[in-house]
Every structure is written in C-alpha cells, then in structure tokens.
Design a protein around this ligand. Structure first.
Ligand code: GAR
Length: 187
C-alpha cells in the first residue's frame, strides 16, 4: 500500500472521496496524514473523526521555508510517499517541489492547459466554452503545468453560473481523483 499524505485548505470534499476510496476493497493507497495550512479547515475535523492522523500549521508569522519545513517533517514523520493536493490553496516553493520531485499530484478545476490559476469556471463560461472539467496532474515548479495524469469533462449548460458549474465539476472531481491516484500509486 502506498502511503498518501493529503494537503487541504478548506472543506476537503476531494480529500473525503480519496479517504473513502482508500477504504474500499482493492485500494492501492492509504491515507497516512491529512495536513493543512488552515487550523480551522473543516476537512481536518472530518478526517480526525474518521481516524486519520491530522496536522495543522498556519504559515502566519514565519518565513515560508520554516512553514514548509514543518509540513515536510509532518509528512515524512507519517512515512508519506505521495502527496495529494486537494484544494490546497497555497503555492509550494521550488525547494519543496524539488524535495518531492514527481511525487506530488494536484486536482485542478479546469481542462488543463486551459485556465491555470484561479476563477476557472467564470473564465470558461465567459469564453463561451461548451465543456468544462477537471484535471489531475503532477506538480512542478510551473503553476498547474506538470504532466496531466487524467481528465474528466462536463458540459457547460445554458444559464450556468460559476456556482452551478463548479458543483457539476466537483462531482466529476470526486470520481476522477480516486481513480487517477489509484493508478499513480502503483507506479
Ligand atoms: C476543488 O474544486 C479543487 O479542484 C480546487 O479547489 C476545490 C477544493 O474543494 N482546487 C484548486 O482550485 C487548486 N488550484 P474541496 O476542498 O472540497 O476538495
């Protein structure tokens, strides 16, 4: 079993689908740690209630390198082999990415390489796209730029707002991420 550490910043619905998949028969990974930059992240309480070790460290009031060293130590202390970013809304430094080269994956709410960064749904609607979706990719120093491991598309419907579209994309994220991570964890 590959040991996965998940980083979240908020509600953690993708983290929950990864945890649930890790407990199904035939799983190739288990969740060794859920860590957050936000001690108030609702997902942390959910993980703790589901018997998963958690770790929280606010980056406030310390240099980024010191903050990341603490996250790194927590992950290594839990013998994590792969890091899965799941709504982790902070940029990882080049140093951190280099220390975990090829072993950090992320889910992003667009069909990359379209719409890197923020406000992906508003930008897809504004552009008049017929489809939106989500991508799981390897994290490199380039924002949302690493190798794409899997994608899922959903239609953009007439009258969609960023909120209605994000709900449809999120449902696709919950199906895509566990499947892609299951394959990646066996490599
Ligand atoms: C998800 O839609 C995820 O794709 C997005 O944040 C949301 C987190 O939801 N991630 C990014 O935008 C990363 N740049 P969750 O906390 O319920 O999983």
């Amino acid at each position: 079993m590959t040991r996965v550490g998940i980083l979240i910043s908020g509600r953690g619905s993708n983290m929950m689908s990864l945890v649930q998949a890790s407990r199904a028969s035939g799983a190739t990974y288990d969740i060794a740690l859920v860590a957050s930059d936000n001690p108030e992240a609702p997902g942390l309480a959910w993980a703790a209630a589901h018997d998963i070790p958690t770790y929280a460290q606010s980056p406030r009031g310390m240099p980024k390198a010191e903050y990341e060293a603490k996250i790194d130590a927590a992950l290594r202390g839990a013998n994590v082999e792969i890091i899965a970013l799941a709504g982790y809304m902070r940029l990882l430094s080049d140093d951190f990415v280099a220390r975990w080269r090829g072993r950090i994956v992320n889910i992003h709410p667009s069909l990359l390489p379209k719409y890197k960064g923020l406000d992906t749904h508003a930008r897809a609607i504004e552009a008049g796209d017929a489809t939106a979706g989500c991508s799981v990719h390897i994290v490199t120093e380039e924002l949302d730029g690493g190798e794409i491991l899997g994608q899922a598309a959903v239609p953009i419907l007439p009258g969609d707002t960023p909120d209605t579209l994000s709900e449809r994309v999120l449902a696709a994220e919950h199906r895509l991420y566990p499947t892609v991570l299951a394959d990646f964890a066996t490599l």
